[in-house]
Design a protein around this ligand. Structure first.
Ligand code: ATP
Ligand code: MG
Length: 305
């Protein structure tokens, strides 16, 4: 069988679009002068197959990942729109070079914070709980373990870092200082509502939505709009519900698998500042399978790549 290759490079030449920025995973383009979208406040957002962990972009990419993330985001955007939650998608009619992994979106003024909601305790939340008994200033009951379900979901914002810097958890008061109390409240309310809807849908599909990160933007009219990607394995922790067992690391359908290989098996030291080693073929394949499984379980359909 022909080896699949992940699409990790910037596609510089897209007809009708000019490249404006590269994130760790996505490429952003604006309408080229004289093109069909020229004069519209839109961006073309393209998900590559790049995978990042611990703020490093790893190599090689995960073949098909960009398409899976984009299609899963689209599915969720539709589910949430049915609940009255608006999003930034304008069109899926993108250049054929990036078909399936590109979206034309409203160009928004991004809220300079990441909106994280946690229903379960793990990751940086667990670490913070271990040393302070709280997460971003929210006190939690004693005796919680890795994977414990929280008494109720909590909103734990973090500050969006510039390229190459770590995001840091902040308290709600710090969020208010950063973006204003009114906007902070709207972001918190909307995030909690989305989590509530998504957690329920995921549960019906046999998946625990342990935690997730949203990004919002403001439209020129001042509306809060759900942007970026949403409820994907990159932005969320998905655990198989039938294997959930607090007190240990949970099996998952997200990139925890890649993180675990990096920190436990690859010999790489997270604090060394050194570039991580290349992912072996079996890790690439297993990661791809996990992303596909998340898509299949959640949407109930297969994605032919
Ligand atoms: P990571 O998600 O690993 O932190 P990143 O934040 O560097 O990576 P990507 O996800 O690779 O970024 O790229 C997407 C970029 O596009 C982000 O900076 C995101 O905030 C921005 N973005 C998403 N939607 C919109 C939008 N509608 N208008 C303007 N910018 C957007
Ligand atoms: Mg991102």
């Amino acid at each position: 069988a022909k080896a699949l290759r992940g699409e990790i490079k910037v596609t510089a030449q897209l007809p009708g679009w000019s490249h404006v920025a590269s994130g760790k995973v996505r490429e952003l383009y604006e309408p080229a002068p004289g093109s069909a979208w020229d004069g519209e406040d839109v961006l073309l957002m393209v998900a590559t197959d790049r995978v990042s962990a611990y703020d490093h972009v790893l190599s090689p990419g995960i073949p098909g990942k960009g398409t899976i993330l984009t299609q899963l985001s689209l599915w969720w955007f539709e589910q949430l729109a049915a609940e009255g939650i608006g999003n930034h998608v304008v069109s899926t009619d993108v250049p054929q070079e990036v078909a399936g992994r590109g979206l034309i979106v409203r160009r928004l003024e991004m809220v300079q914070a990441e909106a994280i909601v946690r229903g379960y305790l793990t990751g940086s939340g667990l670490t913070e709980y271990g040393s302070t008994g709280s997460v971003t200033g929210i006190p939690l009951p004693e005796g919680l373990a890795d994977g414990s379900r929280l008494p109720e979901p909590i909103f734990t914002p973090s500050s969006k870092a510039e390229y190459g810097e770590h995001d840091v958890n902040i308290t709600y008061a710090q969020l208010e200082d950063k973006i204003g109390a009114g906007l902070a409240e709207r972001v918190r309310c909307t995030s909690m509502r989305i989590y509530e809807v998504a957690e329920q849908k995921a549960r019906e599909a046999g998946i625990v939505l342990a935690d997730t990160k949203f990004e919002f933007g403001l439209s020129p009219e001042g509306d809060l709009v759900l942007a970026d990607e949403v409820l994907t394995p990159d932005s969320s922790r998905f655990w198989p519900a039938d294997q959930w067992e607090p007190g240990k690391a949970q099996p998952s359908f997200d990139k925890q698998f890649v993180r675990d290989w990096l920190t436990n098996e690859s010999g790489w030291n997270r604090d060394s500042g050194v570039t991580p080693p290349p992912l072996p073929d079996h890790i690439v394949a297993a990661t791809r399978d996990r992303y596909m499984e998340a898509y299949r379980k959640l949407t109930g359909t297969d994605l032919s790549l």
